[in-house]
Design a protein around this ligand. Sequence first.
Ligand code: ATP
Length: 431
Amino acid sequence: MALDHNAQPILELRGIQKSFDRGTGVPLRVLEDINLDIRPNEVICLIGPSGCGKSTIMRIFAGLIEPTQGQVRYRGQKQAGLNSNVAIVFQGFALYPWMTVEANVENVLVAKGLDPAEIRERTNRAIRMVGLEGFEEAYPRELSGGMKQRVGMARALSVNPEILFMDEPFSQVDALTAEGLRAEILDIWDDVERNPSSILMVSHDIKEVAYMADRIVVLSANPGRIRTIVENTLPRPRDTRSPDFTRLVDQLHDIITSAELPDIQVSTVEPSVEADIVEPLPGAQNADMLGLLELLDTLGGTCDLFQVVAHTHVAFGEVLTTVKGLEMLELVDTPKRQVQLTPLGRRFVRGGMDERKLIWRDQLMELKLFRVVQEMLELREGSLAREELIQEIASRLPMEDPELTFETIVAWGRFGELFAYRKERGVLTFE
Ligand SMILES: Nc1ncnc2c1ncn2[C@@H]1O[C@H](COP(=O)(O)OP(=O)(O)OP(=O)(O)O)[C@@H](O)[C@H]1O
């Protein structure tokens, strides 16, 4: 597809700054001075270290969240609220587990208030586009990761979006399937007459962005800034084994490595599993964690693990679970057999209830699983069905007991006043 560099952008970010209020009086500055356009007929990819704000940029573009400073413009006009001309494909598929493939797609269109004939027509077309014919009556649990992502793509495409947003869409499908899906999505995009006109994709995978993008936006972290934008003029369809392709991948690799090394500890920039890891949660109880922190404080901040067992008269396994929970929240360290308060742990235990809650909440937001829950809640406009979250947990943490993880999320989230669980309605809401 020929790119017209002079065409008016579809969406623009101008002077965007975004901070998250952590309630500590020191907001977390996530994005700084972001100026970025999405032009007609382009694929634009965001790449950069974990936490540099890629998803936040996408959410600001989509109108899911507001910037702290700066302006978002759609077709030259200030954008306010959700942009109905975009659709998002999420990494975690975001499907309703209790609905068939067809119903999952239809549901998006029903929410748009379309009439039944149009819903049927668009659903059929979207299902055809992503090659899901014959699976209309299947349920998500019967589908592979790749097929689930096809449903996610069908849902997004059914609304005929001008821009398709994809947040690491292929990171949970196997490599071969991902390769096929990338080519298919480019085929769908390649038709100039039809939507989506443009694609904005977040990725951790250098080869993926080299294959997909016309422009590659390389971000640096703390706070997230645009480091450089690399134009990719390799002809399509791209041959990933060609010398030109390899040269581009090497060039991107060099840029990203030099961008990352100064200020982040994670040294890998290859398609990184680490960045996508959802940490299993130990089923540690809030009261046990608070109790152990207080015990450590009275013992001068450190204690041998076995002495903790002796002091608390609690089974060793349970103590380990409690310690693991605190370690995940960075409130204790465990060198050798010792358990010791971190400086943050000390601040926590000596702080009043408000300070404790704030620290707790901040630490929860460092965990990918809690960010996923928050993203799902945003997507479901603040009311997330228990069943849907359980399904998501099961797909992300197949070795864990999803019910137990759900309970831990609810309990930890409640203490941090992040989420509330309305048991009678079976829904998680924002606090
Ligand atoms: N709602 C929120 N409240 C507080 N902090 C948040 C919120 N959403 C994101 N953050 C923080 O903002 C930073 C950027 O997050 P974001 O998810 O945009 O990064 P990313 O580059 O997409 O990361 P990753 O590659 O790990 O998905 C992170 O430090 C994250 O903890």
